[in-house]
Design a protein. Sequence first.
Length: 317
Amino acid sequence: MVIKIDDVSIQKELGFSSRSPKWSFAKKFKAEEGTTEVLSVNFQMGRTGSLTPVATLKPVKLGGVTISNATLHNMDEVERVGLFKGAKVILRRAGDVIPQILKVVNPRLESRQKIIERPRVCPSCRAPIKVSMDNVVMRCEAPANDCSAKLKEMLKHFSSRLAFNLEGLGEKIIELLIASGLVSEPADFFNLTKSALEDLPGFGEKSAQNLLNEIEKKRKVDFHTFIYALGIREVGEATSKSLAKRFCDLENLRNANLEQLNAVDDVGPIVADQIHSYFADSILKPNSLYETFTAVMKFVFLKVLVQKILVYFFKQK
């Protein structure tokens, strides 16, 4: 159910947030609940290397949807609920969308033998796990090139709808590109060739050309889109727009100090530190995304320049 103010003058006065109008909001009815069993708990990698516990459930229907997985957010949530393998749990779809485990209905002493433990190493690359100061976030600190799961999530983010929006470049194709050694960083998307793609399972001449056409169309994007696509920790869509408006180009942003970053709307000390650390990191050295992006922009500039020269030449004829 959507509730909104129907006076246009008041709507204009209230305005909009970065995502929605302030004069309108939605209310949902109480979520349907059900009971199921936790079969196992695995740890899912995020684009920044964070590890999130995800429960694999005995399939259960809620609101017409079959649910077999539920995100547990962090280990504090696991411990708060008292979760263990084999636990009978009450489940609901938060907001009628996201599966959420509410509580365990069969806690018992022997459950301690099946307790969910924090991983000490990354499930993908076996690098040590670093835990945040508040003991909540677990993170694989290995470089993306050394952790295939981290690399996959980074590439998925880069090609996602709010980033470069590379249609047709789904998770399975990204996994295939990584396994074949064709892609080890986002910049490699722009160096793919038709012959290399045609050698991959499932690709033919037409599908290879379609993917290359899609990549070619996205060689030039808005600056705020590029910032968002980098996947800097704590930097979302709104902050990317603020950074783009303040610094105008990548060189200015890359060289910005903490004081300059803190002066930007939507940027506080923590976010400023994440941005500054990202650009100070060794990942942005030669043959990196930064240099490739610069090369791509030069390619676009030269292409436009040549087109203008040709137009001028033919007009003279």
